[in-house]
Design a protein around this ligand. Sequence first.
Ligand code: SF4
Ligand code: F3S
Length: 108
Amino acid sequence: PFIVTEPCIQCKYTDCVAVCPMDCFVEGPNFLVIDPDSCIDCSICVAECPVNAIVNAAEANDAQRPYIALNARLAKSPQWRSITRPRAPLPGHAEWRDVAAKAHWLEQ
Ligand code: SF4
Ligand code: F3S
């Protein structure tokens, strides 16, 4: 499957949601994940993300690899919800989009 990684945190642009044919995206307070059980590896969401947060799990680098399990776990969290329509990004997205290390800001 494809996975959402760190650049999405505190931004949540949701352009990815608009194109996914399988409604794979699941939403938390300041991050989205992809449900690996729904993703068909079409890859069309990758180019939509303005911060390049979406990668193929099979091609994840060392920093991205922990997000494979994180996507799988949060996609099944009872507090997280399926998101099928894009909406406005988080209010602080412009300040956060170029911040490299934001993993500790993730709200679960
Ligand atoms: Fe959806 Fe395709 Fe992206 Fe998987 S790769 S999350 S199926 S758009
Ligand atoms: Fe996140 Fe990029 Fe989608 S910032 S919500 S993965 S468009």
